[in-house]
Design a protein around this ligand. Structure first.
Ligand SMILES: CC(C)(COP(=O)(O)OP(=O)(O)OC[C@H]1O[C@@H](n2cnc3c(N)ncnc32)[C@H](O)[C@@H]1OP(=O)(O)O)[C@@H](O)C(=O)NCCC(=O)NCCS
Length: 191
């Protein structure tokens, strides 16, 4: 396991198979489903397998992969954030994300954690590390056009919209965004 990342309120750590029930519960929250759609897996075993085969291999890298976000004051699991090579996205073809030097940012939190700046604080921590690596070209992200909360998080970080794509089977078009080193707003005061 890698060393956790610490922010003022949060601890960001690698996940293990024991985290499968928490990840399943998060994906099955009705408000989360409303924002991102229904989960593909429905049982703990499938989540444990995904952690073992998809998430844990990233832990060999210095900073890529899913990090669980824990409230330092209460030790509660709040959600997760990831940075991974953009071409690893399921929708990379549709988004035109082919450059392996580009990294994708993604995140998901329990509704009780929403609206406290948690997503922004955690993303800043991992983006600082990703953008400090000279191998990183830029950071990309995608959010459904109706997901205003997520677009607000991305705007606060300095992301700029680059276009929209309609994915097969999804009614809401998806806004694609990107963040360059010079545009990043990663200081504690948003500077
Ligand atoms: C999107 C999500 C990560 C945001 O997390 P969060 O911790 O609430 O984010 P923050 O508190 O850092 O920032 C949210 C911002 O959205 C704003 N916001 C809240 N509701 C909003 C709305 N309906 N429309 C526009 N902005 C809204 C907040 O005011 C805040 O901006 P501010 O700091 O300028 O006031 C969280 O809602 C979530 O996990 N949603 C479900 C999963 C998801 O959508 N993932 C992203 C897929 S692209």
């Amino acid at each position: 396991m890698r060393e956790p990342l610490l922010t003022e309120r949060l601890l960001l750590r690698d996940c293990t198979e024991e985290d499968a029930p928490a990840l399943l519960a998060l994906d099955h929250d009705p408000e989360v489903i409303r924002a991102v759609g229904p989960p593909q897996a429905t049982d703990v075993a499938a989540y444990a397998e995904r952690i073992r085969t998809t998430y844990m291999p990233f832990q060999r890298h210095a900073w890529r992969g899913v990090l669980l976000v824990i409230d330092r004051a209460t030790d509660r699991f709040l959600g997760w954030v990831f940075v991974r090579p953009a071409p690893a996205s399921r929708d990379a073809g549709a988004f035109g994300w082919h450059d392996p030097r580009d990294e994708e940012l993604g995140y998901r939190y329990h509704p009780e954690a929403w609206g406290r700046g948690i997503a922004t604080e955690a993303a800043r921590a991992i983006l600082r590390v990703a953008l400090a690596d000279p191998a990183t070209n830029m950071i990309v992200a995608a959010a459904r056009i109706g997901n205003h909360r997520s677009q607000r998080v991305l705007a606060k970080l300095g992301f700029r919209p680059t276009g929209t794509v309609t994915l097969p089977g999804v009614d809401d078009p998806v806004v694609m965004l990107s963040l360059t080193r010079s545009g990043a707003r990663l200081g504690p005061d948003g500077a």
